[in-house]
Design a binder for this molecule. Structure first.
Ligand code: ATR
Length: 296
């Protein structure tokens, strides 16, 4: 197999970037630049602002300009999926893509968010038997937006028996029902007012809402019903230790912060464009944390 470095040289430095609207605050360039440097590759990764009206033209322009591909973030993940010529199962099952690879004149789409979530969960588990403790019991999920969609996909893959999902807008939970159809995972929609009650017996609680993020209202929930073996994940990473994670840690529960998902979802993208599978190192994690602290 041709190595990433050789592939890169043969085709000239590979170019990629992140498409979003807005894209100003994305940490993806920081992550990919770190790996490019670490692997001594000549490629580049840039912020690619694209409004919803311009999205398709911008993607076509990148392909014509010889880009290797792009990541896609809010609000374009569904449009990216719809635009692709070839779609991997990781994207088709979610009807959303965050990775585009341009190859032989085709747009290929994948979704690495579910992978990023599961990798982050495994990293946070350390010595814990997560299959036995966190994933063989019901899982409680707060939120039913874009991030929730990828996390439901990941939890279905992990074989979770029951997903209890609570969201301010109930209809949005119902619109995600297709993700569990034909799987071993039973989805239960829980009214927002019952979010504390639903934690009874759950092995894992995941917050995918914006609540608790800097500038957003606090997440109001009591963790008293969670069993001792449960873990709590917050995908919010600004602040890194949200008040949800603080309370969970005070109760002696295992916590997983939102940086891991951000870092791990980037791995398959880098591998697809630059030909090397990079590592999520403690140094990279610290680099991103420092950057978040500088900008907050
Ligand atoms: P993302 O792509 O990060 O998931 P999103 O699709 O905008 O972002 O979803 C944001 C989530 O946070 C939604 O579940 C949203 O609830 P609604 O579906 O009812 O909008 C939730 N959220 C945002 N602000 C909220 C608030 N003040 N109270 C409760 N939930 C809130």
């Amino acid at each position: 197999m041709i190595s990433g470095k050789l592939a890169n040289r043969a085709l000239g430095p590979a170019r990629a970037g992140i498409l979003g609207w807005p894209v100003t605050h994305s940490r993806s360039p920081l992550i990919h630049d770190y790996w490019l440097k670490m692997h001594d590759l000549e490629g580049s990764y840039e912020k690619l602002p694209a409004s919803p009206e311009d999205f398709q033209d911008v993607v076509m322009g990148l392909m014509e300009a010889g880009y290797a591909g792009a990541n896609v973030t809010v609000p374009h993940k569904e449009a990216a999926y719809a635009l692709a010529d070839v779609v991997e199962p990781s994207a088709s099952r979610l009807s959303a893509a965050n990775l585009l690879v341009f190859k032989e004149g085709e747009i290929r789409a994948a979704n690495t968010d579910s992978y990023g979530f599961l990798q982050s969960l495994h990293e946070g588990a350390e010595d814990t038997n997560i299959e036995k403790n966190w994933l063989s019991n019901p899982v409680a999920l707060l939120g039913a937006g874009g991030a929730s969609r990828a996390i439901i996909g990941a939890l279905v893959d992990a074989g979770v028996p029951e997903l209890r999902i609570s969201n301010r807008t109930m209809e949005k939970i119902e619109s995600l029902g297709f993700l569990c159809e034909g799987t071993q995972t039973k989805m239960t929609a829980v009214p927002w007012s019952d979010r504390t009650e639903m934690l009874d017996g759950c092995g894992l609680l995941v917050n995918t809402t914006a609540l608790g993020m800097s500038g957003q209202p606090a997440l109001d929930i009591s963790l008293d019903k969670l069993p001792d073996f449960a873990a709590v994940v917050d995908i919010v990473y600004a602040p890194l230790e949200t008040s949800l994670l603080k309370v969970a840690a005070q109760k002696g529960l295992r916590t997983v912060d939102g940086i891991g998902m951000l870092l791990h979802q980037a791995v398959p993208s880098f591998a697809a464009w630059f030909g090397v599978t990079p590592k999520v190192t403690p140094e990279l994690r610290q680099l991103v944390i420092n950057n978040l602290e500088e900008k907050s």
